[in-house]
Design a binder for this molecule. Structure first.
Ligand code: ADP
Ligand code: MG
Ligand code: ZN
Length: 625
């Protein structure tokens, strides 16, 4: 309804514009002489002659003496009385005298009043229509929560906040973040039976801050709290507060809280609170006055209501570190709940929630999918299952099988599938590169097994070797780390051993980046070099902006030089061992490359089967001393 009104108006405006010009052009001029029967015209001179000839019977003067309609009769006019229009010169006083002498009937018709009114209305009609239309558009673009009659009041209930009377989401729909759910159990109880809290004088927190990377279920969790407690859910995004006009944000905050208090008990959810709640006066974002006003208003509102009014404010952010300290003070968002990227069990639980309403082939092991998706957020997993479902429909299958799930994971992780390369030297080189990774990964005891090797490009990669991550990715041993470095080097080393030092390509740049980063962390964070068990660099305070390692410069220049030497040493040792592995297994590598170039993809099990015909896997401790 709302939308169709808007469209109707939008479409009708141009039509009205056209209409307006037509009307101005054709209708308005005719109103200046309402006696428009006079189709024929004559010049003033001829008119004077007509008078002299005595042919003119009557003269009606219009238009403040500018126009005359004469009634004349004569042989030229076919001896019938005709009405003729004559334009009169500005000063035609002699005409009156002349007409009088000739005893011609004269009548003057001043412009009628309603003519003027019509003109005024005509001129005003269109602008009024335009303004009215715009006003209507304004109002219609507002959400239903703002009543009528607030069309032009900026900020007043611009209703960029949404209200859901019932979210319909329960705690069971939120999986893998059990600690966070537990934190909120109490809030739900409070919203349901506030009396039991007030009776003993307990105060429930007014504000809870949800902190976590995007897609981990913060919004979902907030909705589930409202759903469990069966109270309304008001939500707004911080970025919507920050408007072009100063004062709009603050008035929105006021409005939101007014509405919330009227509907208590309820949940107010402020998404992306960092957009308004950044530290003030830091100069970031150019000292935005508007933002500060909005933030101040928010703080005032939160201080203004007593703890047990039944309004609970939940805010979400992925940047808790940049929030203004005033927001985190007691009585405001003093309770903070972390919502993190789910671990293996969390992923399993989330997958279970999202497979409930989908048809999954009985062969599919959700465990395997959870294993293959480290680092996926809840939203990623939901998206993954949806992609797989779409793919299943496209293939006209009955249920989602592991093939669709695999394809979807690959796509999420590595990007869109490209077209395979045609047979060429570069395709062969890529094949050697990938088999290099695969064989090193397979032979090393401490490395994750290969899931598949493929020459089908995806995203930026020309070929890919996928490994199945092991059970626990949080505690990793030194030999596991070294194995990763070696497997990552496998690609470049294979290129070098087979094609020679001058033929190596840029294709290994990502691998080398990874190698260097791992080796550096071994030295500076994990104490895994001869520098000793020192923590020299730490992960950046903000884990959500990608992994940045800041140098806090607490070591001497001498150690800095030493770090670089150790990094180089680790990588070089690994490199030498990888050369050995590639050279020792040349026969099976050639064989695998032939298969890969022909078939484009080799599954992990098949790969192991072939390799085991030539050598023992894994080669225990051969490369670690
Ligand atoms: P955030 O607000 O943290 O960015 P959302 O709550 O908007 O994330 O999550 C987006 C979608 O991802 C949800 O609607 C849900 O389908 C899915 N999702 C995310 N986290 C979870 C979870 N923990 N359990 C179940 N589904 C989840
Ligand atoms: Mg969200
Ligand atoms: Zn590579």
């Amino acid at each position: 309804m709302k939308f169709s009104w808007k469209t109707l108006l939008l479409w009708s405006l141009p039509v009205l514009v056209v209409f307006f010009f037509l009307w101005q052009g054709f209708l308005v001029p005719t109103t200046e002489t309402n006696n428009n029967i006079a189709n024929s015209r004559m010049t003033y001179g001829r008119f004077l002659e007509y008078i002299d000839m005595g042919w003119v019977k009557k003269v009606d003067i219009y238009d403040n003496g500018h126009t005359a309609i004469i009634e004349a009769i004569g042989p030229e006019l076919g001896n019938r009385i005709q009405k003729i229009r004559v334009e009169l010169p500005a000063n035609a006083s002699e005409l009156i005298t002349k007409l009088r002498q000739a005893q011609i009937d004269i009548d003057a018709h001043p412009n009628k009043n309603n003519n003027i009114i019509w003109n005024i209305i005509g001129n005003l009609f269109f602008p009024v229509l335009l303004i009215g239309g715009l006003a209507l558009l304004f109002r219609k673009s507002n959400n239903g929560t703002s009543g009528p009659g607030q069309a032009m009041s900026f900020g007043k209930s611009k209703a960029l906040f949404q209200m859901e009377a019932k979210t319909g989401i329960l705690f069971d729909d939120v999986a893998g973040i059990d600690e966070a759910k537990e934190e909120f159990q109490e809030v739900v109880t409070f919203l349901k039976q506030p009396d039991s809290f007030t009776a003993v004088g307990a105060k429930i927190p007014k504000g809870v801050l949800l902190i976590g990377p995007p897609g981990t279920g913060k919004t979902l969790l907030a909705k589930a709290i409202a759903g469990e407690a069966n109270v309304p859910f008001f939500s707004i995004s911080g970025s919507e507060f920050v408007e072009m006009f100063v004062g709009v944000g603050a008035s929105r905050v006021r409005d939101l809280f007014k509405k919330a208090k009227e509907n208590a008990p309820c949940i107010v959810f402020i998404d992306e609170i960092d957009a308004v709640g950044r530290q003030r006066g830091t100069g970031i974002g150019g000292g935005n006055d508007e933002r500060e006003q909005t933030l101040n208003q928010l703080l005032t509102e939160m201080d203004g209501f007593e703890g047990n009014t039944g309004v609970i404010v939940i805010a979400a952010t992925n940047r808790a570190d940049i929030l203004d300290a005033a927001l985190l003070r007691p009585g405001r968002f003093d309770r903070q709940v972390m919502v993190d990227i789910p671990d293996l069990n969390g992923r399993l639980a989330i997958l279970k929630v999202h497979t409930k309403n989908k048809k999954i082939d009985s062969d599919v092991s959700i465990q395997t999918i959870a294993r293959r998706t480290p680092g996926f957020s809840g939203a990623d997993l939901a998206n993954l299952l949806n992609e797989a479902a779409i793919l299943t429909v496209r293939k006209r299958k009955e249920a989602i099988t592991i093939a669709e799930l695999d394809a979807s994971i690959d796509r999420v992780v590595a990007g869109m599938e490209g077209t395979p390369l045609i047979n060429s030297k570069s395709k062969r080189l890529i094949a050697y590169h990938e088999i290099g990774h695969a064989i090193v990964g397979t032979l090393l005891e401490h490395h994750d097994p290969v899931q598949k090797v493929t020459l089908i490009p995806r995203g930026q990669a020309k070929g890919l070797t996928w490994f199945t991550p092991g059970e626990d990715q949080t505690l990793i041993s030194k030999s596991q780390i070294l194995s990763r470095i070696m497997a990552a080097l496998g690609g470049r080393v294979a290129e070098e051993v087979i094609f020679g030092n001058t033929e190596v390509t840029t294709g290994a740049s990502n691998d080398l980046q990874q190698v260097t980063s791992i080796a550096r962390q071994m030295v500076t964070r994990f104490g895994m070099s001869i520098i000793g068990p020192l923590s020299l660099e730490s992960e950046d305070g903000n884990p959500f902006l990608g992994k940045n390692f800041t140098n806090n410069n607490e070591y001497s220049d001498e150690i800095a030089v030493n770090i670089d030497k150790q990094v180089q040493h680790i990588v070089y040792q690994c490199y030498k061992k990888v050369i050995e592995i590639i050279k020792n297994n040349r026969v099976v590598i050639d064989k695998l490359v032939d298969i890969l170039t022909e078939q484009e993809t080799i599954e992990g099990t098949k790969l192991e089967e072939i390799i085991s015909q030539y050598t023992i896997i894994p080669q225990k401790n051969v490369y670690f001393k």
